[in-house]
Design a protein around this ligand. Sequence first.
Ligand code: GCU
Length: 410
Amino acid sequence: ATLALLAARAIALPPPEKLPASPTPPDPLVITDGPRITTAKDWHAKRAPGLRALFQNYEYGLRPREVAPVATIIREDKNALGGKATLREISVDTTLAANPVHLLVIVPNKQTRPAPCFLGMSFQPVYTLLADPLIKMPADGSEGKRGSRASRWPVEQIIDRGYALACFFNGDIMVDSPAPAKEALKRFAKAAGVNPDAPNAPGTIMAWAWGYSRMFDCLKDIPGIDTRRVAIVGHSRNGKAALLAAAFDERFALVIPNQAGCGGTAPSRVSADDAKPGPKGRPRVETVAAITSRFPHWFCQNFSTFAGAPEKLPFDQHALIALCAPRPVLISCATKDVWANPPGQLAMLRAADPVYQLVAKEGLRAGVTEMPATGKLIDSRLGFFIREGKHDMTHEDWRAWLDYADKWLR
Ligand code: GCU
C-alpha cells in the first residue's frame, strides 16, 4: 500500500490573518481559489494533497518524515488468556520518541486465515490493560494498577470475536504536558524539516498520529495478523490522533475516533450559543479558544490564532474525515459527553458525505439527518454510534465497534 503523505508541503500558504472568513464549513470539494472537484481521481490527485497541507500548516503542524522503526520481541506467551491467544511484548525504537515504545500485541490462536487487527493507543502504560503479572511494568508503575484499565480494553471479547489487538501508550511516543512536550517535540520538528519555533511545527497530536503509523509498520512482522485489515481506534485526544493518522496514512483500513470532539471529529465553528461562557466560565461545548488555551502543545502554534476567529479556518473537521475516503469511518459518541459535541460530530459526518458519495459511491446511510437512537449502530461506510452515558470507552462501545468491523473487514 502507498502512503498518501505530505504532498504540497512546499506551497506558500498565507498567514492565518490573511485568510478569508467562511462562517459555514468550507466545501471540501472546492479547491482553494479553484474549481469544484467532480471525479474520484481528481479528489485524490488534486484536492486531498492540498487539504493535507492545510491541516498541517494551520492545525496540527507538519508531519515528520516516515522512518523504519526497529522492533524487538522481548516476550512471547503462546498460551495467553487460557490458551486462546498468543501475547507478545515488543520494544520499538521509533528513532524519534525519547524512549522505546512498549507495544503489546495479542493474536487469537484459533484462526483459519490471518486475523484483522485493532490498533489502539492508550492513556496509560499497557500493563494496565490486562491483569497479567508478567507484562513489563515501567519504572514508575505500580502493581495496583495492573489490569486497572480493563474496562476500556475488553481483550478477551476482541479475541473471542476473531480479532487481534495491538496497543501502545501515548506517553511512549510523546509526553502529554506542555513544557516537556515542547522539548520532546524538537526532534519531531527537525524530522519534519521545520524549526521547532515555527508556527507550523508539529504538536503532540501529529506526533501521536505519526506514532500510529510506526506501530503499524511493526505489525507486518507479527504472525497471524492481516495488515490489510487494520482498524485504528482511540478515545478522546487519542481519537483525534487516530483520525489524523488515518487521514494521512492509507494503510489503515478503518478508523474509529471515539468521542474525539474539538480538534477531532467536532467542528471548530460552533454556534454563538454553544461558545457562550456558562456558569463555570466554560462554553457549553469545547471551542478552539478553550482547547488551545488548555492544551497548547496538542497543536501547532498557528491553530491558536484561530481561537477568536474559527471562521477563518480554510477547512473544518469534516474535511479530515473526508481525507479517509473511501475507507470506513465510525464516529462513536456518548449522550452525557456534551463537551465533545455529539450533534456537531454528526454534522461533520454528514458534511463529509458528499466526498464519500463521489469517491466511494456511498457514505452515510440515507435518512440519518437527526441523532440516531442510543445504542443503535448506523453501520454505513460513514458510520455513527451513540450510547447512553459519559465520556469513556466501554465494553458496550467495543461491541458496536466489533459489529462494525465485522461488516467492513470480514
Ligand atoms: C479534555 C479535552 C478534550 C479531550 C479530552 C480527553 O476534556 O478538553 O479535547 O478530548 O480531555 O482527551 O479525554
